[in-house]
Write a protein that binds this ligand. Structure first.
Ligand code: NAP
Length: 287
């Protein structure tokens, strides 16, 4: 049984889920999610930017698992960050996902007209189209700013967390703020030999577990929600078999020595990165 995390709006979400980034092929995305559902995953994490919402919608509607037993997350991309565009995008997402509600809807990034987009999300929540509202890639100050400006507080902040980028203080800040932390790229997408790391392997051997399972268990024990992605059925099963062991405090502390304190992807603080990723989309939306 996958434990749930109680969100600050009273809703609950599974602590382990399934991410579908980088599965753009329609049939592959559909069959991967069908497999994940039959392997016991009940949280599916997609995004407008992943270009696979149609496939996810098909997988869910074809599945024998009832819609109400599935926790579906999607994310608004920055090119839809105005009030009007966000309103339209939410309806479009519902259509693509073949559902009349989204369990958790996230602002994918912290740049652009977050307030306008959030207002549309608040209205969609009132209309029953979205159950819970959250953010992704928000630094504490950006999250605090949104909280102060808007009526509904985010329930989740989905950020990169993995052994190379542990973000101890930031995770604790979010959790103290009663905003659940959800780790994206829990395996750092395999970067820097994470699946063959000597320390993670040695720890895993003590419990009869793989380095991947050690990483996911380390996140669980920090009360973090996790959404590993795999198109392989055996890995999907491995990544959800996490509840028959517990890492000792000593092993948790050993894993903390792996921290490189640096994103393995891009620095959301860096103006050049912001220009490169969001520049053209945001210029087109100028208010
Ligand atoms: P990830 O889960 O850290 O790593 C996925 C990679 O690890 C894939 O190459 C997968 O290969 C491999 N893998 C998975 N399980 C394995 C295992 N047990 N043993 C060996 N290799 C394994 O990376 P991610 O997909 O980027 O992150 C997870 C989810 O977070 C995404 O799918 C997405 O939903 C979300 N995300 C959000 C953001 C954001 O900005 N909010 C950014 C990135 C990701 P195979 O698939 O070939 O098995």
């Amino acid at each position: 049984m996958i434990p749930t995390i109680k969100l600050n709006d009273g809703n609950e979400m599974p602590q382990v889920g399934f991410g579908v980034f980088q599965i753009p092929n329609h049939l592959e995305a559909r069959s991967t999610v069908e497999a994940a559902l039959s392997n016991g995953y009940r949280l599916i994490d997609t995004a407008e930017a992943y270009n696979n919402q149609l496939a996810i919608g098909e997988a869910i509607s074809r599945s024998s698992t009832k819609r109400e037993d599935i926790f579906l997350t999607t994310k608004l991309w920055v090119s839809n960050f105005t009030y009007e565009k966000a309103k339209q995008a939410i309806d479009h997402d519902l259509q693509e996902l073949k559902t009349d509600y989204i369990d958790l809807f996230l602002l994918h990034q912290a740049y652009g007209d977050v307030a306008g987009a959030w207002r549309a999300m608040e209205e969609a929540q009132k209309a029953g189209k979205i159950k819970s509202l959250g953010v992704s890639n928000f630094w504490p100050a950006q999250l605090k700013n949104l909280e102060l400006m808007m009526n509904v507080k985010p329930v989740v902040n989905q950020i990169e967390v993995n052994p190379w980028f542990q973000r101890t203080q930031e995770v604790e800040w979010n959790q103290k703020e009663d905003v659940a932390v959800e780790a994206w790229a829990p395996f750092a997408e395999g970067k820097n030999g994470i699946f063959t790391n000597k320390l993670l392997r040695q720890i895993g051997e003590k419990y009869g577990k793989t380095p991947g399972q050690v990483i996911l268990r380390w996140l669980l024990q920090r009360n973090i929600i996790l959404i590993p992605k795999s198109v392989h059925v055996n890995r999907q099963k491995e990544n959800i078999t996490l509840f028959d062991f517990e890492l000792s405090m000593e092993d948790m502390n050993l894993i903390s020595t792996l921290d490189r304190n640096k994103s393995q992807f891009f620095d959301h603080h860096d103006p050049d990165t912001i220009e490169q990723i969001f520049g053209s989309s945001l210029r087109e939306l100028r208010l």
